[in-house]
Design a protein around this ligand. Structure first.
Ligand SMILES: [Fe+2]
Length: 236
């Protein structure tokens, strides 16, 4: 887990820094923060904004509730830092879930613009989900809940706060640029509407299993492009 990796810009970083601290949000949800990503963030943001513009030039948005613009397959992005984050997401999964192996079923970036949000959902093809915050975008002084990642699942004790006013509230972990959170893919989560008018809010996501799962996500969702290294035909 501590083997160094050259990130493509000639910068060598440990996949898992020796002093990395992981906080347990609850028994199945964990949070960490990488302090060494500043030099790589600008390039990643620029790359994703470029991809977003190219995609939106041909594909108008048909909903604000699907998590903005998705750019798939993090490990295949030709930009410094993408492979490092892909390795870190898998390391976070292995560390938290306790499996010695990991296999990414699907990964993607979300570029949120003003008005974008994602409705409550869970993922069906994986056991663990990881989210990395590349940029929170613009901080909205008028709405502290703008663009917040939230877990809202009645099965989790951390969402049940019987304080005589509310019996249930979503959990919004304290995420910032560089934060990475892992949670069971079956846990219901969402992102509140982002209101930033200038910079986008950008996150990276992974759905991960201990071993590769049969089939592929794009077999059920034609909007997902095949991985560049996957040349097998899509199931009819
Ligand atoms: Fe999700």
């Amino acid at each position: 887990m501590t083997a160094p990796q050259t990130d493509g810009a000639g910068l060598e970083r440990s996949v898992w820094p020796s002093e990395q601290v992981v906080h347990q949000v609850d028994s199945t949800i964990a949070l960490t923060h990488f302090d060494d990503m500043d030099a790589l963030s600008t390039g990643l943001v620029d790359y994703l904004v470029r991809c977003e513009r190219e995609y939106r030039a041909n594909t108008p948005k048909d909903s604000f509730g699907v998590g903005g613009t998705k750019i798939y397959h993090v490990d295949a992005w030709p930009v410094a830092g993408a492979r490092l984050l892909d390795e870190r997401a898998q390391a976070m999964f292995r560390e938290t879930v306790g499996h010695p192996t990991s296999a990414v079923d699907l990964s993607w970036g979300n570029v949120y613009r003003a008005g974008d949000y994602i409705i409550p959902h869970a993922h069906r093809r994986s056991t663990g989900s990881v989210v990395y915050v590349l940029s929170l975008g613009d901080i909205d002084a008028a709405d502290r809940l703008s663009g917040r990642f939230a877990i809202a699942d009645s099965r989790l004790p951390l969402c049940n706060h019987d304080d005589n006013i509310q019996k249930f509230t979503p959990c919004m972990p304290p995420l910032k640029a560089g934060s990475m959170i892992v949670f069971p893919s079956s846990v219901v989560h969402f992102v509140t509407p982002y209101r930033g008018e200038d910079r986008p809010r950008i996150t990276l996501s992974w759905n991960i299993n201990a071993k590769p799962l049969a089939g592929r996500p794009q077999d059920d969702d034609a909007s997902i492009p095949p991985h560049p290294e996957d040349t097998s035909p899509v199931e009819p």
